[in-house]
Every structure is written in C-alpha cells, then in structure tokens.
Design a protein around this ligand. Structure first.
Ligand code: GAL
Length: 701
C-alpha cells in the first residue's frame, strides 16, 4: 500500500465535511510559485496511461476486479466521475460520496492517480425537472429533452450555480486526497450544443452585446442594420439569431458564435475558480476537441487551463485518418504553446457513432497512441476503461472489451504499456516544428456563413489540405493564432483567413518585414472582425502587403479545373490578379483569368509575401510549397513511402518517431537506439508494415 494510507470510508448521505485535511501547503506547485499551467501535474506520471473510468455503472465486485486488471495492464491514471452527478447527488443537496471514497482509496492503494471530473456535463433529471428553463433550445425553437447528456443551457444561472456547487462539494471532499492529480471540468464543452437560443440566453446575449458595443448606434453600425431594414432602436428588440425566412444578419450570427464561446468558457471558469479557491495546488483542465470543434475558439480557452488536454477519434472510413490525427495533435500542442499536453481520450478500436464503425487493425492502436506522443502528448488515455453493457455507447470499444482479457485489444493494450514505459524518458521533451499555419476560429465561423461566393471555399478542409501536403514531406506544423507574429518560424501559411482584422494584418506585415516568408491563399483578408468588407479592392487588409489588386472573384464550377503554367491543375477559384508591386511566378493558362497571375511574389522588408489565387491539385500544391519553402531554406525532402517522421528534443537528445501507416515495409536512413526494441541501428532502419520505431540519439549542440 503506497504511502501507508488506511482505507477510509464514510456513511452515505453526508454533506461533505472535510474528509481530508485542507490541501494548503502540499508543495504541488513548483517552488518559484509558477502556476501549474507551466508545469506537468506533479502527481501524473509520464506517460499517463489509463482512461475514463465509470465505476458507478458497475457493481462492487466488478469494481474490485477493475482495480486488479488496471494494475495488470499498468494503468497509472483514470478519469472518474464524468457523468456521475445523479449518483453523487441523487436528490437536491443529498450527497452520496461513499462509493467514490471507496474508489479513491482502492485506486490510491493500487498507485493509480485520479483525474477527477466535475459531473456538470450531465445534470440529473431532478435538476432539469426543477429548472426546465435550463434545458437548451435549438435555433428552430425546439427545447431539447432529457435522457441523453449535455442537456443544459450555458447561460442558465441555475445550471451554473448547481454545477459550481457540486464542484465545490467534490473539492472539499477530495481536494486533499493524495490520489487526486488533476481536475477535469465538465466534458467537451460545446460538443453537442454549440449555443442555446432560449430567452435566458437572449437576455445574456443582449448584455454581452451592450458590453461589446456600449451603445446601440455602434451595434447598428457594426451589424450594418441599415441593410434589409434591420435597425434596432432598443436593446430589447435584439434577438438571438433564430431561424428566419432568409439568412440572419451575418455579424449577428458571428457575434452569437463569440457570445456562445464566452458563455461556455464562463461555465468552465466558474467551476475552475471554485476548485482553485479550495484546492489551489491541484491543476485544472477540461478536455478539448481541438481541430474537430467548430463551436469554441480554443485560443481563448487555452490560457484558462493549467494543462491542455484533448480528445481525438479517427474517422474510421477515411484512409488518411492518421493525417487527421496529426492535425489534431499539432493544433493541440500549439494551443499548449509547445508544452506537453495530455491525450485525454481516444479509442482502443471502433467508436459507436459513425455510420460504419470499423475496428482498428492490429497494431493501429499503438501507432495512433505513438503518433500523439510523437506530437507532444505525455499521456495515452482512452474512452473508456470497461466496455458498457447498457446505454448508447455499449458498442464503443474500451480498454477492457466485452470479451474480457482473452481478447486482441487487451493483449495489444498490455503490450502497449511496455512500449510506453520504454518511452518514459522522452516525457517533457519538446517537438521540433518546421512551418507555421494560421488557425482562426472566427474566420472559420464567418467563412462558412451563408451567401459567400462559393460553398467550395471552406476553412477546415483548406487548412487540412495544406497540413496534409506538409505531413507528406515530414514537415511538422505549428499552428499560429491570428494576430501573433511568429518570427521563430521561417514560413507562415495562411490558407483561409477570410476574416482578418487590421491588427492581424499588421502582425503579418511585421512578420514579413522581419524576414518571414508568408504565403496567403485567395479569399483571405476580405472582411474585418465585424464581417464588413475592407474598403477598396481585394484582398483588402492584405492587398498592400501582397502587392496585388483583385477587382472581382471568379469562383469555378464544381469539379471545373483550370491549367496553371507550372503544368499542374487547379480548381474552386480563379480571379483577375493585378500586380501592384508583386511579380508573377505562375499564371493561369486557361479559364476566366487566362494569362493572368495565379501565384505572385512580393519582396517586403527582409521577407517575402506570396499570394496564391487558386486551389491547386495535390501535385500543384506540393510544387507551390516546394517553391516557397525552398526560398525560405526549409528542406523539401522526398518521402515516397509516406513514413510519418516526428522529432522530440531535450537538450542534445533527440527522439525520432518513425511511424509506418502503410501496408508495406519501409527502409529509411536513420541512426540510433530503438527504445521499443533496444536494438541499435546504424545507417538504415526498417519500419515494418503498420509498425513503429522510436530512435534515441545524441545531436551536436
Ligand atoms: C467523447 C466523449 C466521451 C465518449 C466518446 C465516445 O466525445 O467525451 O464521453 O462519448 O466521445 O467516442
């Protein structure tokens, strides 16, 4: 039994007096007083290995078996209580902690730390019955029901109060328990309900707008309400953007997105502050869905968590889902500003919510896990520990499948634990990055509103296409927040920055003037933060920096292609580019802008600003990037086998992750000690089909 702690149990129904001494000076924060946001949670081992554990769904004998099996699998951390509110508080104000006390003690004795969730993602039925106004309402005015999860309006004061109350109860009860490593507030905020259109939300929206604009004139101006006679003479006339006969005012919709983000963030921060007040030494997180969440602007969330954590699920039927995994992990690490992050959830095999839930192939779980670790996660956690027998997720894979330990998934899991143990020394090392891409949620929101020049111009897909092209060349991406000036990156790519404030445009100019190589795609820099078109010709805010002038857009037919002078083809977009300082690198050979520039280059200060006026096919994009990165001195290497190569570094030690997602063996030129097998490689390494190699080597300083 570690630390000699005795089992502690309490009678049920107690309203949580302090069970453990207050967690004052437990020395969990670094000595210099830095918040945990700059440090890995001290009680969480690296790599953290485990998953969501829902003991309330199982009888005591199963819970006992759980702990034994967790030990045999090498689990060292579990997330407990995510949806346990109704079990913890079966009636208003009556708490049942006994079962959780027992779980804590058993885990503690098994040397497994607890990531304790506040259960606010799933308010109990009694709560919703008592406060029906806390149920969320859709854009069409439908109030959503119970019997599922996430049935709450983020603006509901009753909901926020109750969520904070149960968080406080948990903090007082378990705050000083030595097994508690990390708080996990709620679950995937904004996953199922992106915003609520009820009257409570409407009042909150009006208050939010007053704070943003100050007076109605400013709002009328920003929203352009002179158009279609939408002018407001009183704050009470403004509504949330409910379904209407024609598209609702785009700025109103955009502000509603911002407002909804802020409301969910306020829910999180409200709970976090309660937790911090009672347990100042225990770091707090909430699980993001980084690149898969269109509803939240995680750049605004990341500074509010002590540790960035993320959930990722493969799209099973996509043959390139491992590249999408890389995108998610790269964005997560970027949100963490390069620091170690936590993979909170992924799946051992199939999920249950896609049209066809394909099982992972043998070895795929390990490869997926290592791909997250390669990109900076110091944890491998799963949803969930034991496969459910009942409920909506019973066909979702788990660490312990229905078939039990005599199963492929279990055997692979046990093997994986060994692999992760041998990688423990890489914990805390940082990922080497090569190229920046701007990722901006407001641009995503604004770009995909109605009435744009072409539905083929999208945000996520545009970014993913560029990320994929770099992945195929083994270049690791750092995502950059709009408005930042990442002078440490030689190249910054801007695939789709439709919404671009003056401040963001200034930051991009500064980046180029100081020597950066910037590549901007069509339909970027078009509107300001209120979705108003920047005055003058396109691309508005970026026109002078790019040295071009565009009078109108020429979106193409679906599947139409034009030829470019570089011998490649392009689709989606064409436009008549006038040169105002830039020079032509490639031109359109046919289409609406035949003979006109399709790729331009403008020298500004110490750097170069490139402009791409169309969407080249895969080979064309590869050629553009080769050109731009070549000038910036970033090596554009052949990678014919699509081997995934990522580097983590600590001092002069380098960890090279070689992940082969293909069905063919790959031989590559590398040296080093394979931490997974203990074999030393000199000159060449063979990575088997679907296999992985992690080399450690020393680099000259
Ligand atoms: C996540 C969620 C988990 C579980 C999982 C299934 O989005 O946080 O609770 O539902 O999906 O894939």
């Amino acid at each position: 039994m570690p630390h000699g702690v005795e089992a502690r149990t309490r009678p049920e129904d107690e309203t949580s007096p302090l069970l453990f001494p207050p967690s004052g000076a437990t020395g969990l924060l670094p000595a210099d007083g830095r918040r945990a946001s700059q440090a890995w949670p001290p009680r969480l081992r690296r790599p953290a290995f485990g998953g969501d554990y829902n003991p309330e769904q199982w009888p005591p004998e199963t819970r006992r078996e759980d702990i034994e099996l967790m030990r045999s699998a090498g689990v060292n951390a579990v997330t407990v209580g995510v949806f346990a509110w109704a079990t913890l508080e079966p009636e208003p104000g009556r708490y049942e902690f006994c079962w959780l006390d027992d779980v804590f003690e058993r885990l503690y004795r098994a040397d497994i730390v607890v990531v304790l969730a506040t259960p606010s993602a799933s308010p109990p039925a009694w709560f919703s019955k008592a406060h029906p106004s806390s149920l969320p309402v859709t854009r069409e005015g439908v109030r959503l029901g119970l019997g599922s999860r996430e049935s709450f309006c983020p603006s509901s004061p009753e909901y926020r109060r109750a969520a904070q109350e149960i968080a406080g109860q948990l903090a007082r009860r378990y705050g000083a328990h030595p097994a508690l490593a990390l708080w996990h507030v709620g679950n995937e905020f904004g996953a199922h309900v992106g915003g609520c259109y009820c009257s409570v939300s409407q009042d909150a929206f009006r208050a939010w707008l007053r704070a943003r604009y100050g007076d109605l004139e400013a709002l009328n101006e920003a929203w352009g309400t002179a158009f279609w006679g939408q002018r407001y003479g009183d704050w009470d006339e403004i509504t949330v953007p409910r379904a209407a006969p024609m598209p609702v005012n785009p700025t109103q919709q955009l502000d509603f997105r911002r407002f909804s983000n802020d409301e969910f963030l306020a829910c999180y921060c409200g709970e976090r502050d309660v937790l911090r007040a009672i347990t100042p030494d225990i770091p707090v997180t909430t699980n993001f869905m980084s690149s898969d969440c269109p509803n939240l602007d995680y750049w605004t969330w990341a500074p509010e968590v002590d540790l960035v954590s993320n959930d990722h699920y493969l799209t099973a039927e996509s043959p390139e889902n491992h590249i999408d995994l890389a995108l998610s992990a790269d964005l997560t690490r970027s949100l963490a500003r390069g620091r170690a992050w936590m993979l909170m959830e992924h799946s051992t095999s199939a999920v249950n919510w896609q049209p066809r839930n394909l099982a992972k192939a043998p070895g795929e779980m390990l490869r997926n896990s290592l791909a997250h670790v390669a990109r900076g996660s110091d944890s491998v956690m799963f949803f969930q520990w034991r496969a459910s027998r009942r409920g909506a997720e019973k066909f979702h894979s788990a660490m312990l499948p229905h078939a039990g330990t005599d199963s492929r998934v279990w055997r692979e899991l046990v093997e994986m634990r060994q692999a992760l143990t041998s990688l423990a020394e890489a914990g805390g090392s940082t990922v080497a990055t090569d190229v920046g891409i701007v990722w901006d949620w407001p641009s995503w929101w604004a770009l995909e509103l109605e009435c744009r020049p072409s539905i083929d111009v999208t945000f996520r897909e545009a970014v993913a296409t560029v990320h994929r092209a770099l992945w195929q060349r083994n270049l690791t991406v750092e995502f950059v927040r709009a408005g930042d000036c990442p002078t440490h990156l030689p190249v910054l790519l801007v695939p789709s920055l439709y919404l671009c404030s003056k401040a963001t445009a200034d930051a991009l100019r500064q980046y180029v003037e100081q020597g950066g190589h910037l590549l901007v795609w069509f339909f970027s820099g078009i509107v300001d933060e209120t979705d108003a078109v920047h005055p003058g010709a396109y691309p508005g805010a970026l026109r002078d920096l790019l040295g071009v002038r565009v009078e109108e857009f020429h979106p193409l037919h679906r599947d139409e292609q034009v030829r470019l002078s570089c011998a490649h083809r392009a689709g989606t977009w064409s436009e008549p580019v006038g040169l105002r300082g830039a020079e032509t690198v490639w031109h359109f050979e046919n289409g609406p802008d035949a003979e006109g520039p399709s790729l331009t280059r403008h020298l500004v200060g110490q750097g170069t600003a490139w402009y791409l006026a169309t969407s080249p096919d895969a080979q064309g994009l590869d050629a553009v990037l080769a050109h731009v990165l070549g000038e910036a001195g970033v090596p554009w290497q052949e990678n014919p086998d699509d081997l995934d190569v990522v580097r983590r570094r600590a001092g002069n030690t380098e960890y090279v992750f070689l992940l082969n997602h293909s069905e063919n063996g790959v031989t590559t030129q590398q040296d080093g000690l394979d931490l997974l097998t203990g074999r030393t490689h000199e000159g060449t390494v063979e990575v088997p089909p679907g296999g992985a190699v992690v080399l450690r080597r020393t680099t000259p300083h």
